[in-house]
Design a protein around this ligand. Sequence first.
Ligand code: GTP
Length: 363
Amino acid sequence: MTQAVILVGGQGTRLRPLTCNLPKPMVPVLTLPFLEHVIRNLKEHKITDIILAQHYLAESIHTYFGDGSKFGVKLTYVMEESPRGTAGAIKNVEQYLKGTFFVLNGDIFANRNFTDMLKTHRKNKAKATIALTPVEDPTIYGVVETAADNRVKRFLEKPKKEEVTTNYINAGTYILSRDILAKIQAGAKVSIERETFPQLLAEGAPVYGYPSTDYWMDTGTTEKYMQLHRDLLAGKCEGYRFADDLMAGVKIKIHNSVVGTGKVIVGNNCFIAAGVVLNGPVVIGNNCAISTDTVISDTVIWDNTEVGSSANLRSCVIANDCLIPDNMSLNGVIMGDHIKPKPGGKIAAGARLFPAGCEETTP
Ligand code: GTP
């Protein structure tokens, strides 16, 4: 049975302040941890033996997913003492791998046809198959040039405009033959994109691309995290199309005067008071309370957060355990967890608010 390694050891610095106290795989998407969506996609294709290559804030992943049985999969957790990079992390789980296996960057949202990808890998007798996705501006990515039969000809990191010959980039999902592991140095920090794949190509190994125009989003930044929610609620990803405008969890109380437009998701145990306006895309997590006459538009709120009355939130992400005072107006604000702005205070549009003990870092 084909296995999968999910790389979940990154620090997610570009997603800060959202990842100050939570690893990227636990960041909620439509109220569920990001990783849960990835695991569901693998399970749909009967890939249930999954190895998680971890480093940063690993404990919360284990607490939520356990041995995986609740999710119908078997999870093996492997910890790196220090971050090994994308190839080093795969080398570090070598002892658990039995044959050809998938590798997934843990921060890619895609509804992937793993079954077809594996069939293609076998048909090509490839050593490595790299999922490819088209992007509008390939100059900020690593592009992958292929021949007509999709065999990889060249990797080009961040090409200049005049060098661009394809807009297909490495989509962060691979199938690898196990013998490739012998080429990765044990105990070292090695990048699969920048070192292992180019090395394979230089040696003449059969490396193939697997192009697909299906929905794909790298959720590495807060802007992309917001965009992912807009796209999912707009029905852009197969498997995530919602017929109803309001999707609510259990034990919620939504006053019948609540109005709005677009798609809205409200998690479990929430209270939405009279006169609230929710203009989708809006996602409100579990155990949240929104007080009277507040307007929320194009915003994602995580769990255990309260928003006071007559507040106005537009294009914001508000993490867990925040308290937004009455009458506060927030525009494009990214708020880390446990933040309680002062009543009457003003927060600049586009501000990023960091929880205590977590510094802003320039990636
Ligand atoms: P930034 O700090 O914002 O760049 O994010 P990141 O640390 O997650 O790095 P990046 O987005 O380049 O990582 C791509 C994927 O590889 C993510 O799923 C990471 O979790 C994972 N990853 C990156 N470096 C390592 C590593 O050293 N070990 C492991 N196990 N995973 C890694």
